[in-house]
Design a protein around this ligand. Structure first.
Ligand SMILES: Cc1ncc(COP(=O)(O)O)c(C=O)c1O
Length: 423
């Protein structure tokens, strides 16, 4: 039995609690809400650009016309009207979902939690990209998953590396419960898995009976290049479950996302969601429906186009500032869309320490270690460009660059080179 002064309830908690650590992004949220802080840390869409009068009209119309329904519980799988909107959005991205295979969730985040709790017993293997979405880390920790990373490269997730890992696991007598991937504008890596690799990945999933969870919040936020088909649209064997969300194309505040999955999996997820929250907010599902059906379904597309113009300009500002201010030996991905860029600094720099120093200069980013469960990623960082104006981005990057130079100067004064080794 453990009892400590810091936490007198320690002997009561379930074992899984002790393996949990907070997502770095959540920890930073409190600090980055201070107005003087230039936050390149969160994944915050620019909700300030949304027309507030229009929002007020949408919200008021629901209250006036369907207030009783909006204030009521709804079905666990979601309202029929928002499921129809989801089918339209998925069609717009080249998929043909069956509406009965969709559950509306409380943000895409809930899909990650439901999936982990539905599939993983303590010690079960899940395959994830390295780096992976920092927000999935607590979901994996909560179920005590054994997460094996497959390193990403500029072309995204390499099916040959996934296959090699599956072979290694088989030799250990293990089977992966599922593969979790963000193929388009990966968070945090910024890379996009090529079409060739996607085709091979879905083939491999069929060959090796591998379930794939495709997480796709960002693909409509494309500034350059041609859309690449989703894994879900290439899958003809029912191996891919699909996570979507309205967070990045409308608002994270509404907390409305969805999962589309093969029928047997969906039935289990539905039970798990009943335990979690009965149903997602009816009012917010109605708000999403109103916006996504406005002007014959054209209003939201105009909004997404507007966002893409804003974000593309901010990404350019960030890249120029990194080129100017970050130390030699820095490399980074320039994504064709999404919200994040992944920068790798000289190995002498530990970005968790760098963040502590950067916060003193009122600037924040996500240190790379928060995107791995195996302790790697120490000299990398995730930088978000959607939430700040180009001027603030330039200033934020200047301050991070200045801090990085200070750390390198300190290392050199201690007789170390830029890799952290002895000179
Ligand atoms: C890759 C990825 N998956 C899921 C989510 C969760 O999004 P939400 O719960 O807001 O839909 C995010 C949010 O940043 C994300 O980047």
């Amino acid at each position: 039995m453990r009892r400590t002064i810091l936490d007198p309830y320690e002997d009561r908690y379930a074992r899984r609690v002790f393996g949990m650590r907070s997502s770095v992004m959540r920890d930073l949220m409190a600090i980055t809400q201070r107005p003087e802080v230039i936050s390149l840390a969160g994944g915050l869409p620019d909700t300030g650009a949304f027309d507030r009068e229009y929002l007020a009209t949408l919200v008021a119309d629901i209250a006036r016309d369907s207030g009783a329904q909006a204030l009521q519980y709804g079905p666990t799988e979601g309202t029929r009207a928002v499921i129809d909107v989801i089918v339209d959005v998925m069609r717009h991205e080249g998929m043909e979902p069956d509406p009965s295979n969709i559950i509306v969730t409380t943000g895409g985040q809930q899909v990650l939690d439901l999936f982990a709790r539905t599939f993983v017993d303590p010690g079960d293997v899940v395959i994830a990209e390295g780096p992976t979405y920092p927000g999935v880390v607590p979901c994996f920790n909560a179920v005590q998953a054994d997460v094996r990373h497959v390193p990403l490269d500029a072309d995204g997730l390499d099916p040959a590396k996934v296959e090699a890992l599956l072979d290694d696991l088989a030799r250990e007598g293990l089977t992966a419960k599922y593969l979790y991937t963000i193929p388009t504008f990966q968070n945090p890596g910024g890379c996009t898995t090529t079409l060739e690799r996607r085709i091979r990945l879905v083939e491999l999933a069929a060959e090796r009976d591998l379930i794939v969870l495709e997480d796709n919040p960002y693909s409509l936020l494309r500034f350059e290049g041609e859309p690449v088909p989703t894994l879900r649209s290439l899958d003809t064997h029912g191996r891919v479950a699909y996570l979507g969300t309205f967070s990045k194309i409308f608002s994270p505040g509404v907390r409305v996302g969805w999962v589309e999955a093969p029928t047997p999996i969906l039935a289990r997820l539905n039970l798990m969601k009943q335990a979690a929250d009965l149903c997602s907010s009816t009012y917010m599902q109605m708000l999403v429906t109103s916006f996504f059906t406005a002007d014959g379904g054209e209003a939201w597309k105009r909004w997404v186009s507007k966002l893409n113009v804003i974000y593309s300009e901010r990404l350019d500002a960030m890249c120029e500032a990194i080129d100017e201010h970050f130390p030699p030996g820095t490399s980074y991905t320039k994504p064709e869309g999404g919200l994040f860029l992944w920068a790798t600094l000289p190995t002498a720099i530990d970005t968790t320490d760098l963040l502590a120093r950067a916060l003193e200069k009122d600037v924040a980013f996500v240190p790379g270690a928060g995107a791995f469960l195996d302790g790697t990623g120490g000299n990398a960082m995730r930088l978000n460009y959607s939430a700040m104006t180009p001027d603030r981005i330039r200033e934020g990057i200047r301050r991070i660059g200045e801090t990085a130079h200070e750390v390198l100067d300190l290392a050199r004064s201690l007789g170390l080179d830029d890799t952290g080794g002895r000179k």
